[in-house]
Design a protein around this ligand. Structure first.
Ligand code: PLP
Length: 396
């Protein structure tokens, strides 16, 4: 009898969103028709921008014409899109070449699939609170996980030390759930640490487009030495509303080698075996994101989310609540009121002001006592949620 992958038995139930859904369902059953202010979701609410929609329509029409029809796409991505994404980096002064860019169906796929490149007996460091997929993908692969707790004392941006030595180091900046962003000096210390120990940083840059402070790095490859120790995983999901359309990209430098083997060559081999490329239609839609028109339109949308963030931050500032994130990130990570754990705070917000957020405990034990708000909701709901939250926090 074939045995299943028994590592799956080590997975913890992904109870965070399940438990939230249960609580919301119970509330709605008891209060039919009451409007809920959903500030918990990590999904976008604005539609794709016009430039992308136009390109998608054109691509569909191409598929109806024998002269313009596309069958299988190159496994690592359409050469023109790889060039376009490399140019997106170069435009910010980051030297990335097209052969270092791999087009993917999204960051989640890559965060799990990339583990194929590494010996299964190795260890992975996860900085917590963390996006839950890092831990789960490593549990499924049977890898040893080292949990590094972060907290308010280090602004949720921990420094590497002897306890953080691991083969793979997950760094997410801007961070989900805390919204914290590594500055150049702090990121340099992780890059130097990785190079010293022969580790590889898996840098999740899914929220890079939310960084508006030019002093903050949007790519790990802005940091000297990163090309010999890092892989960057990125996505158009939050940047351009592609959560349901699906496109991401991964950058693996040509200089990244371990044991004399090029990880870029290995990933070409992996992709040509395990995928048949991303749909022509979606790649054409994605290319439109990087045009001048597309960039303007996606930034108009990002500004709407940024205004939502400002509304929430102003409300928290007025009541003197500690939080991080929000400025260069779509997430706000606030301290729960004294003596309230994150699930009790969730219950209070739901029952008293009909606002839904995400309890910090769901992102790791050190997230207890904190609460995440997402700024991807619609502006009217966000304003009302902020008003209600401020009132509740004032004790009115
Ligand atoms: N990485 C982080 C930190 C995320 O928050 C998310 C989605 O919420 C992803 C990756 C997944 O992105 P994608 O939609 O490209 O799979």
């Amino acid at each position: 009898m074939i045995l299943p992958n028994m590592n799956y038995t080590n997975l913890k139930d992904s109870y965070l969103f399940f438990r939230i859904a249960q609580k919301v369902k119970a509330y709605q059953e008891q209060h039919p028709g009451v409007h809920l202010y959903r500030m918990g979701i990590g999904d976008v609410s604005l539609p794709l921008c016009d430039a992308v929609i136009k390109a998608l329509h054109e691509a569909v029409d191409d598929q109806s014409d024998a002269a313009r029809f596309h069958g299988y796409m190159p496994e690592c991505g359409a050469p023109s899109l790889r060039e376009t994404i490399a140019a997106y980096y170069q435009g910010r002064g980051v030297n990335v070449t097209s052969e270092e860019v791999f087009v993917s169906s999204g960051a989640s796929d890559e965060l799990g699939d990339i583990l194929d490149l590494f010996d299964r007996s190795g260890s992975s460091l996860v900085i917590e609170p963390a996006y839950p997929a890092y831990v789960d993908a490593n549990v499924m692969a049977g890898r040893k996980i080292i949990h590094l707790a972060s907290g308010r004392e280090n602004g949720f941006l921990p420094e590497p030390d002897d306890a953080s030595v691991a083969d793979l180091l997950y760094i997410c900046s801007p961070n989900n759930p805390t919204g914290a962003v590594f500055d150049r000096e702090k990121l340099q210390r992780w890059v130097d640490f990785a190079n010293r120990h022969g580790s590889i940083i898996l840098f999740d840059a899914a929220y890079e487009a939310f960084i508006s402070d030019p002093a903050l790095p949007r790519s790990i490859f802005e940091i000297p030495g990163a090309k010999t120790c890092a892989i960057e995983i990125c996505s158009l999901s939050k940047t351009a509303g592609f959560t349901g359309t699906r496109l991401g990209y991964t950058v693996i430098p040509r200089d990244l080698k371990r044991n004399g083997v090029s990880l870029n060559d290995m990933w070409v081999r992996n992709r040509t075996t395990k995928t048949n490329g991303v749909s022509y239609i979606i790649q054409k839609g994605a290319a439109a994101v990087f045009t001048a028109e597309g960039q303007k339109q996606i930034h108009d949308n990002l500004n709407i989310y940024k205004k939502n963030a400002a509304v929430l931050m102003e409300a928290l500032d007025r009541v003197n609540i500690w939080y991080c994130g929000g400025k260069n990130s779509p997430y706000i990570w606030m301290r729960c009121p004294e003596g309230t754990d994150s699930w009790s705070f969730f219950d209070r917000l739901l029952n008293e002001i009909q606002v839904i957020g995400t309890p910090g405990e769901g992102f790791g034990a050190c997230g207890e006592g904190y609460f995440r708000f997402s700024t991807f909701g619609n502006p009217e709901d966000t304003k009302e949620a902020a008003r209600r939250l401020e009132k509740l926090l004032r004790g009115e």
